[in-house]
Write a protein that binds this ligand. Structure first.
Ligand code: ATP
Length: 437
């Protein structure tokens, strides 16, 4: 680096609405504009997913950041470009869109910003919390309207993705095609998946065959390919065929698929909107409620909490349905608080550590004809209708019940999965995730 150059981190968040736009696209455009004027982007831009249970999110709660190498003279121009692009592209007319941009001039990311970032991925923070830290470290904040986006923008800068990380190659559509059906050759996605999975993951939903690389929203994304390395997503991209032009492409380094949002917790500590991993015993048998949702309760030494496998989790509900009182599990998911409903963990994954043996009582068999005998009434023993042979009350047979589930880890299908949830297929590359409780 020449002496005059220094590091400038840029974070951006809260630019989109349900009707359009996407913060990753704003990041891609900003990157392109800065490169046009010769600014060097250090490494890859980051796509940082924040707490998926956050009530302020539009969709996937994503924020972006990038690291630039700039001279002091370039900084005003860089800031102007970033702020102009955010102002131009953000859905400012939508009440809930409140962009924030953060600039931070320092190579090292201070520990308090890293800690703040972890908190934003797992809990809920206030705008003032971001302002306080920015003030302490001397970061430059820019709020559009309420400016809630400064939370995500600072969190994106603070997430150094050093524990676990994945990559996503995103291809964006040209403006005239946005909002129209996406033209992707499904066969080419199947071919890519059979060649590169699991180095790229979440390409398909294995149970339905549904293509998962294309979003279903009117946003500018044509497709996003998630993978373990830059080379895997690049190789995959060469196989996928698009039937429409691609405006631009970017590869983000990201915390997607890492489980970074899950915070180990005792039941009494849990707060609404946290994302948690809780070890407990199933303390009420699963119930199926209207809508096809499966609800059961778990308890630990500090309390009880409901767990829900909602209808969109499809076959995952079969695991939940077959749980029984006494089973030991680790429940992973976001904690929702709804009026008149107790705090509930919205299950993303469940690990069954131990199954409580279950037994069924059956009338004894006749020693002569082997037919099941009939009860003669409470505490009165049994008799064979055919042979008349009698048997005492304690001759009742105890038969183990087939639990239909095994000890192990189970996850919701890709269509219902949080961006941050680590697919089980990734577990072979990272440390085994049985959390110590
Ligand atoms: P997209 O994924 O398409 O970019 P989104 O789902 O990321 O949309 P945003 O429009 O960015 O949603 O809105 C989320 C808002 O919530 C942002 O302003 C962000 O700063 C804020 N936010 C994110 N996580 C937290 C959190 N843990 N606590 C408080 N505020 C948060």
């Amino acid at each position: 680096m020449s002496e005059k150059k220094r590091i400038l981190h840029v974070g951006i968040d809260d630019t989109d609405s349900k009707k359009g736009m996407c913060t990753t696209y704003v990041g891609a455009v900003v990157k392109g504009e800065l490169e046009k004027i010769g600014v060097k982007i250090v490494g890859l831009p980051k796509l940082v997913r924040l707490n998926p249970a956050c009530p302020f999110k539009t969709r996937g709660n994503c924020s972006v950041a990038m690291t630039l190498e700039v001279s002091d003279e370039e900084i005003p121009m860089v800031k102007k470009i970033v702020l102009e692009k955010v102002g131009e592209l953000a859905e400012l007319k939508v009440e809930t869109t409140n962009p924030g941009v953060v600039f931070y001039k320092n190579k090292e990311i201070p520990p308090e910003v890293r800690a703040f970032s972890k908190k934003v991925v797992r809990e809920i923070v206030k705008i003032e919390d971001a302002e306080k830290i920015a003030d302490e470290i001397g970061a430059d904040l820019h709020k559009f309207k309420v400016g809630r986006g400064i939370i995500g923008a600072l969190a994106a800068i603070g997430n150094v993705l050093e524990e676990d990380r994945t990559f996503e190659l995103i291809a964006y559509r040209t403006p005239e095609n946005r909002g129209r059906p996406r033209k992707i050759d499904a066969e080419s996605v199947l071919a890519m998946n059979s060649k590169i999975f699991p180095e790229t993951f979440d390409n398909l939903d294995p149970s339905t065959g549904e293509i998962r690389i294309t979003p279903h929203t009117p946003c500018p994304i044509l497709y996003g390919i998630r993978g373990e390395s830059v080379s895997s997503v690049e190789s995959a991209q060469k196989i996928v065929k698009a039937g429409e032009p691609i405006e631009r492409m970017v590869i983000y380094m990201t915390n997607q698929g890492t489980d970074e949002h899950l915070r180990k917790a005792k039941i009494s500590e849990i707060k609404p909107f946290w994302s948690v991993s809780v070890k407990g015993k199933v303390s009420s048998s699963p119930k199926i409620i209207p809508g096809g949702h499966v609800i059961f309760n778990i308890s630990d030494e500090t309390g009880k909490i409901d767990c829900a496998a909602y209808e969109p989790t499809r076959q995952f509900r079969d695991v939940a349905k077959n749980l029984a009182e006494g089973d030991v599990v680790i429940a992973h998911g976001g904690v929702k608080e709804k009026p008149e409903i107790p705090l509930t963990i919205n299950l993303e994954k469940i690990e069954i550590l131990a199954l409580e043996p279950k037994f069924l009582k059956r009338n004894p068999k006749c020693s002569k004809c082997s037919k099941r005998m009939k009860s003669e009434g409470r505490m009165k023993g049994y008799s064979c209708v055919k042979c008349g042979i009698k048997a005492p009350q304690n001759s009742v047979e105890t038969v183990p019940v087939d639990r239909r589930i095994d000890v192990g880890k189970y996850e919701v299908p890709p269509r219902a999965r949080r961006h941050l949830a680590r697919p089980l297929v990734r577990e072979y590359r990272v440390k085994p995730q049985t959390l110590e409780f």
